[in-house]
Design a protein around this ligand. Structure first.
Ligand SMILES: [Zn+2]
Length: 436
């Protein structure tokens, strides 16, 4: 079988940069050699000279809203939720291609309607569109009265089709909803714990009860599905960690008690700071002469109340940022993934999330570990077959110009991503072979 042999480049294995002079051999689906020794080549082998480039595991986007994107000028409130499912499917296919172009080889879905994630996964398997490997997510399971409840002011969240959210109250309902949606092919369940993350001040109380969280986890895990939680509140983080939630999204108000619980539970956190950072910037530059600030909780409020709310959001974001070094020191597993698809942060702007963590003191090397190794750990695949450049692992690999372990900015220009392989198959190739 013809092999691809990568020589003369920098190799980041998901944890560290290997000694210079390391060559990597890919044969079929797998990495079959990572060696310092010269590799003997045959007439069928393709040799890639990676001078000035880095070979590394493919990136993992751990909070991916498949169907978020432009809404074709439809006057629906936002995110195209008022568009028919067929349109959202095309947005999902496009987002998958954008992700591949960026070097994303795996993604873990976050809430989506119309079984978009399941259908996207199947379309990729059938060759209808290019895309990363997908862990499909359910709709967002929310309690009645949640600010995203399609029965209050957020009617557009549930309009017309199967909608982004699913209202569940009580342990019997949440159990049934999870059984149904996992039965339809979802492999991760999304539950909404509390208000907040960016647009609202986060309360201590939660929409969903601790008993409901526990049953959600029991039900999903009994069917080999994971659970992720939209969880800005302090108490929610602690309850989710205790219940065994796999991925805790945002964790804005995490404190020392929450950090301890998350580490003990071996849970993963998706801080997704970019959304909050962009929201605060947008809010601070708002000119009230143009009218009220457009993002509230669906109810009218005075300008004074808006200003007060935005100041509270900023204070809470400062708290989040202050906890980041503590989370890292305690060994919390942190991954990349944010609410891409909003107008303020379109799909493909993934480099901005990397840069925001560097801005808050995380080294580029650590951000790359979050993006690769930690992502594979969150998928339950690290040490099995993904997230490493190591013999026997699946060849989900990217080649990037420059050195992202010292400068994540190389990802800003997608043309720097020269080669993308999933399962050893070429998804993107801008490299020219130097020998045969
Ligand atoms: Zn989200």
């Amino acid at each position: 079988m013809a092999r691809s042999i990568f020589v003369n480049g920098r190799v980041f294995d998901g944890t560290e940069v290997l000694a210079s002079g390391t060559s990597v051999v890919v044969e079929g689906k797998r990495i079959t050699g990572v060696t310092q020794a010269p590799v003997e080549t045959g007439p069928e082998d393709v040799v890639h000279d990676l001078a000035g480039k880095t070979l590394m595991p493919g990136l993992v986007q751990c909070h991916f809203h498949t169907g978020f994107g432009p809404d074709a000028g439809n006057p629906s409130p936002y995110l195209g939720h008022g568009m028919p499912a067929a349109y959202l499917g095309m947005v999902a296919a496009k987002n998958a291609q954008i992700a591949i172009d960026f070097g994303v080889t795996s993604l873990i879905g976050s809430s989506n309607g119309d079984l978009l994630d399941v259908c996207l996964k199947e379309a990729i398997l059938l060759g209808l569109t290019k895309g990363p490997r997908v862990i499909p997510c359910t709709r967002e399971m929310i309690a009645s009265g949640d600010s995203a409840d399609g029965d209050n002011r957020s009617w557009h969240m549930g309009i017309e089709h199967h909608g982004l959210i699913r209202r569940v109250d009580g342990v019997d309902n949440i159990r049934q909803a999870i059984r149904e949606e996992v039965g339809r092919g979802c492999q991760i369940v999304k539950i909404s714990i509390s208000e907040g993350h960016g647009s609202q001040i986060i309360p201590e109380w939660n929409y969903i009860s601790e008993a409901e969280i526990i049953v959600a986890v029991e039900t999903a895990h009994s069917r080999q599905a994971m659970v992720r939680a939209h969880c800005p509140s302090r108490t929610g983080v602690i309850q989710c960690a205790h219940a065994g939630v796999d991925i805790i999204d945002h964790a804005d108000m995490i404190d020392e008690e929450g950090i301890e619980a998350v580490v003990a539970a071996d849970a993963t956190i998706t801080p997704s700071y970019l959304w909050t950072e962009r929201f605060v910037d947008f809010a601070e530059s708002w000119d009230y002469a143009n009218g009220p600030f457009p993002i509230g909780n669906g109810f009218p409020e005075s300008q004074d109340r808006t200003v007060e709310r935005l100041a509270g959001i900023k204070r809470q974001f400062e708290h989040s940022v202050s906890m980041l070094p503590k989370m890292r020191a305690a060994g919390v597993r942190i991954v990349l993934g944010d609410d891409f698809g909003f107008a303020m942060m379109p799909h493909g702007d993934y480099a901005s999330e990397m840069e925001v963590y560097v801005k808050y003191g995380v080294s580029p090397l650590e951000v790359m570990q979050w993006a690769t190794r930690n992502g594979a750990q969150a998928m339950g695949r690290h040490g099995v077959d993904l997230g490493e450049v190591a013999e026997g692992k699946l060849a989900d690999l990217v080649v990037v110009n420059g050195d992202p372990t010292t400068d994540v900015g190389v990802f800003r220009d997608p043309s720097n991503v020269q080669l993308v392989l999933t399962d050893g198959e070429v998804q993107k190739d801008l490299l020219s072979a130097v020998g045969h």
